[in-house]
Design a binder for this molecule. Structure first.
Ligand SMILES: C[S@@+](CC[C@H](N)C(=O)[O-])C[C@H]1O[C@@H](n2cnc3c(N)ncnc32)[C@H](O)[C@@H]1O
Length: 249
């Protein structure tokens, strides 16, 4: 891709981000309108913004022939992070509500018979049988009923199955010992910054995940923001396990 094309792509993305998430009647319609002008340059731009995705994928402990679901899979970019592990996965469902991004996911899934690309809501999707792993990659903050989405992940996991989440966040005002504390400025600024684009940072995400699943891995960090070198957005990578023997979260 030439420099000029790269610039054009970035410009389309930046325009979309400045316009923000539309406030139409349906969530699917809003996502389609928001992403339709960004779909082409989506992967290249998000490579620089959405940190920790490869780390999350590498940290997911998967059994042989695992059944895996990504909720809010977008263009299916994370498939590539699996590398040769993808061939060992028995069934892989990429779920998203955004038609323009799903078109790219279908192209990416082409040639991988075990991968299904599904137009469905993360809070309601039912894979039909229990799965070994469900993960959200920068999607939990975009699903308005995020508690329902976490409960749905729990429902579809087999006991002992794993959930993975990587996303932007802000810490609770008084986080438990050992977790990162954010200043009042950080906790005030980032939710406002992201809200314009339909990304809802909620200090309740991480505590809910930690209370629902046994923590296998947690790292909290900061990500650079393209074109804004002084800004570093807080994000976390979480892997949790559904306890064996529990029927309700
Ligand atoms: C920031 S993108 C991340 C995409 C991809 N996981 C990645 O890492 O590149 C968030 C995705 O969540 C999807 N999404 C938002 N709300 C959703 C919902 N209720 N059900 C399914 N997908 C949803 C959006 O369409 C979008 O593709």
């Amino acid at each position: 891709m030439s420099r000029l094309d790269a610039w054009r792509d970035d410009l389309a993305i930046l325009r979309g981000l400045l316009r923000g998430m539309p406030r139409g009647e349906t969530h699917a319609g809003n996502l389609a309108a928001f992403y339709s002008t960004q779909a082409e340059g989506y992967d290249r731009f998000r490579e620089r913004l959405l940190q920790g995705r490869q780390e999350l994928i590498e940290r997911l402990p998967l059994p042989h022939r695992a059944r895996v679901v990504e909720l809010g899979a977008g263009t299916g970019r994370n498939l590539d992070f699996f590398g040769s592990r993808l061939d060992d996965i028995g069934a892989f469902d990429l779920v998203d509500l955004c038609v323009p991004l799903l078109a790219y996911a279908r192209r990416r899934a082409d040639g991988h018979a075990q991968v299904r690309v599904i137009d469905a809501d993360a809070a309601q999707f039912d894979p039909g049988q229990p799965v070994d792993c469900v993960y959200f990659s920068y999607s939990l903050t975009m699903v308005p009923p995020w508690r329902a989405a976490i409960a749905n992940a729990w429902r579809m996991l087999r006991p002992g199955g794993v959930v993975g989440v990587v996303d932007f966040y802000v810490a609770e005002e008084n986080p438990p010992h050992g977790l990162v504390r954010h200043s009042a400025a950080t906790r005030g600024f980032w939710p406002r910054w992201f809200a314009h684009d339909g990304v809802k940072l909620d200090a309740g995400h991480l505590p809910t995940l930690r209370a629902t699943f046994e923590t296998v891995y947690l790292r909290e960090g900061r990500a650079r923001v393209p074109y804004l070198p002084l800004l570093h957005a807080p994000y976390y990578v979480f892997v949790g396990r559904k306890p064996i023997g529990e029927t309700n979260p």
